[in-house]
Ligand binder design. Sequence first.
Ligand code: ZN
Length: 540
Amino acid sequence: MLRTTIFALSLALAQAATPPPSTLGPPTRADLLRGQYGRYRANNDLLFYHLDVRVDPEKKSITGKNTIRFRMLADDTRIQLDLAANLNIDRILLGSTPLKYERDLGTVYVDFPSTLRSGREYTIEFHYSGQPKEQGRFGGMAFRKDAAGNHWITTACEDDGASVWWPNKDQWRDEVERMQISVSIPNDLVDVSNGHFMGKTDLGDGYTRWDWLVQYPINNYNVALNIGRYEHFSDTLGDLPLDFYVLPANMEKARKQFAQAKPMLEAFRSYFGEYPFEKDGFKLIEVPYAGMEHQSAVAYGNGFVNGYLNRDWTGIGTSLKFDFIIVHESAHEWFGNAVSAADVSDMWIHEGWTTYLESLYVEKLFGHDEAIRYVNSYKPKVLNREPIITQRGIHRQPQQDMYFKGTLFLNTLRSVVNDDTVWWSVVREFYQQFKYQNIMTEDVVRFFNARLKKDLTPVFDQYLRRAALPTLQRAFTETGSMAYKWKTDERAFAMPVRIGRPNAWMTIEPTTDWKIMPMPLSKEEVEVATDLYYISVETQ
Ligand SMILES: [Zn+2]
C-alpha cells in the first residue's frame, strides 16, 4: 500500500516536518480488541467467505450478507468477528437459527446455542446494512463522482480494516482459502472486484449482480469493490490474462501507460517465479486515490504518468523512468499478498520487501549501479526514531521506516551475502517457501539463518527491533593501524563490511569488541562502502 496518512509511506509525509505518531504509546481498547488473537479468534480457521452485497449509490449505503465457513480448532460456543460499530447487524444465522451476539466497539462476539466441535466445519450468514463512514485517506468505502458526474465508488481499508464496510474476522493471521464476491449495483455501472470474473446477472429491478471468484487465500483488506462507468481492455502475458479498467476519458492514456505492466510482471517473475494469482488474472483498475495492492485487482490512481504523481519521488531521475504505482503496488502481489505478515507489527514483510522490489525492477531495466543509487536515494526518508517492528497484538501500523529502512536493510543483507548467485537463489527460495502463507519476522530470520548457515539474528534484530543504525567506529593510530568495532544495541551484533577503495574493497569482520588491524592508508583514504551497507560511521 502507499499512504500519505500519518501512518506510513507517503510523499507528503516524507516532505512534512511533523513527525509521525509514536508506535510506543499506550494502546486504546479498540487497538487491543482488533489486535489480539485471543481465544475466540484462535478457536477457528477461516475457509470461505461469500460476500454478497447491494450498493445503493444514491443512499451511499450497503446491505447484504457475508456467508462465513470455518473449521473449529477447539470446542467452543463463541467466535469473534468484526464490524464497524456504525453499521447495523440485521441478523446472524446458523442454518435457519438466529444466533445471539454481543457488540463491543468494532468487535462482534457470536454465540452458539450448543458447543461447536473441534475439527467440524460450520457456516453462518452475517446479514448487515448501513452507511459506511468514509475514513482514512483512501476512504475506507468512498462514494465519489468522476469528472463526468457518474458514480465512482471504491474501497481501500488497510489501515482501518475491512470491517469498516463488511463483516469478517478482521485480522491478518487467518485468511480464507477462497472467496466469492457478489456485488449488485445499478445497471449502468460496472463492478470490478478481486479474482476471476464469473459473469453478471440482470436482477430485473434496475440492478445487475457482478460475480467474482477469488481462488487463492486473500487478506481481508485486499477485498475490493471498484464501481464506476468503467471501460475495459485486455491483453495476455503468456497464459496470464491482463485486464484493465479505466474511465472512458482515459482509455487512450491507459493503453499507453499500462503497457508497463508487462515488463513489470516479467521482471518480478524472473526474480521470484510465476505471478502468484494466475487463475485470477492480473488487473489494473483506475481509482480516485493513489493506489493499493488489492490482490489480482491492483488499484491505480497515478494519473497515467511516470514517477509518483509525475514527481521524481527519489530525486535521482530514476523514478520518472517508470510508473511508480504500477511497479510498487503490483510488487505487493509477491510480497504482501502471496507472502503475507501474520500481524500488522511485522508489516515490513510487505513494505520493506516491496520497496526493495522497486529497486530490483530498476536493476533489471537500468542496471545494478542505478539500482544501488535508487536504494540509497531512500536514505533521506528514514527516521531511525523507533523500531520497524511494533509490539505484537496491538493493531498499530509501524512507522514509515518499514519501507525505506526495510529496503536499505535488504540491500545490506545482499552485501553481507556478497555473492549474487547465492542471493538470487536465496530470495527466490524464500518467496517460494512462504507464498500463500502468513508469517512473522521469526520465520524470515530462521529461513535466512538456515539457508546461509550463519546466525544473523542480531543483525535482523538491530535493524528491525532497534531504532538506531549500527555505527562502525574506527580509530586510526600513528603506528599504522586501525581499531574498529560496531556500536549497536545488540551485544552479539557481528556483520562484515567492506572498506578501502571503491574498486578494491576489502572485507573486515567487526564485532562489538575492538579489533585492531595494520593499516598503511590514512583515515582520509579508507572509505567505507556505505552504499552497500546501511550504517553510520564514526572515525577518530
Ligand atoms: Zn506498499
